[in-house]
Write a protein that binds this ligand. Structure first.
Ligand code: NAX
Length: 325
């Protein structure tokens, strides 16, 4: 039998965890490889995670080797090849941004240290819990023995939304669309960029007008999370889980010449300060994310990329000032 791969999911008792775990158990991340699942929760979410573990057992997934529920990050991350950091501290009423960053620093710093202590050499980390980019930066800073490029944050949901909204506007299947980019922070400042996108091989910018792009498309994609909450009554869950699967699947198996969007550590490309975890156009080649090089950036795009990156710089300064980096 093939050696099982160990995958940890934090916040496993939450709604994204519930949508995510069954897809991992069915082999959608690593393919035909047995999976050992580790579910990390805090005391308040433990019973929900235990219940999910029972249901995972009832799924009788041929590839599911085992499921363990724990409140201890070191046990959860011991030997993991993939860690999906979903659990985070949400903003409560009256909470300032600095308080939110500090509360999450208290989660992602120790989780980074626990990954550093015990993760497998090939570990890949995807941070979903918000503020995702900066939480990933904090975790990475506490894991000096794990290469920084193994820490990523999720903007794939934003990317998928950007592709789907363009497809809906033009009445084409999503498979007709290529070259969409989401830049910057996973927040309302993100920039969904169609300047390099194609639709059945034709430039998307020839098919949509600038007014729609600036006044409808960009705000709709950037604020889609709020739209889902308004309609559904709770935040995106299955689509977020699906995007997490897409991100890790592509990281492991490659993007086959196409590109997608992911928040990865900046090497200074496109004027994004080195070390920030920012969303870029990326390809996955030989199990590594590569930032797509050499794209022309027009003035409209430059302003929007700079605004979102400025927000990331401010978050980094805030967590530095709090001693979290
Ligand atoms: P839920 O509140 O349903 O679940 C979160 C779970 O995390 C809870 O069960 C809680 O007990 C657990 N948890 C909290 N602190 C923990 C810790 N230190 N260790 C382990 N578990 C912990 O939230 P859910 O809807 O599942 O969303 C999870 C996170 O994803 C939130 O931060 C949310 O903002 C973020 N999102 C990020 C998205 C992205 O595109 N990057 C999109 C979807 C989502 O909004």
């Amino acid at each position: 039998m093939t050696t099982p791969v160990t995958v940890a999911v934090t916040g496993a008792g939450g709604q994204i965890g519930y949508a995510l775990l069954f897809r991992i158990a069915s082999g959608q991340l690593f393919g035909e490889v047995p999976v050992r699942l580790r579910l990390l929760e805090i005391a308040a979410g433990r019973a929900a995670a235990e219940g999910t573990a029972l249901e995972l057992q009832d799924g009788a997934f041929p590839l599911l080797h085992s499921v363990d529920v724990t409140e201890d990050a070191r046990s959860a991350f011991d030997g993991v090849s993939a860690a999906l950091l979903v659990g985070a501290r949400p903003r409560s009423a009256g909470m300032e941004r600095a308080d939110l960053l500090e509360a999450n620093g208290g989660i992602f710093g120790p989780q980074g240290a626990a990954l550093n202590a015990g993760a497998a050499d090939d570990v890949r980390v995807l941070v979903v819990g918000n503020p995702a980019n900066t939480n990933a930066l904090i975790a990475s800073a506490h894991a000096p023995d794990i290469p920084a490029e193994r820490f990523t944050a999720m903007t794939r949901l934003d990317h998928n939304r950007a592709v789907a909204q363009l497809a809906a506007k033009l009445g084409v299947p999503v498979s007709a669309i290529d070259g969409v980019i989401v830049w910057g922070n996973h927040s309302a400042s993100q920039y969904p960029d169609l300047s390099h996108a194609t639709v059945n091989g034709r430039p998307a910018t020839e098919l949509v007008d600038e007014g729609w792009l600036a006044d409808e498309y960009i705000p709709r994609v950037a604020n889609r999370g709020a739209e889902i909450i308004a309609v559904r009554g709770s935040s995106s869950a299955a689509s977020a889980a699906s995007a997490a699967i897409d991100h890790l699947h592509d990281w492991v198996h490659g993007t086959g010449g196409h590109w997608t969007s992911a928040a990865v550590v900046s090497d200074g490309s496109y004027g994004v300060p080195t070390g920030l975890i920012s969303s870029f156009p990326v390809r996955s080649v030989d199990g590594r994310w590569e930032i797509v090089p050499g794209l022309d950036i027009d003035t409209f795009s430059r302003e929007r990329i700079d605004a979102s990156v400025a927000e990331l710089v401010a978050e980094r300064e805030a967590v530095r000032a709090l001693g979290l980096l």
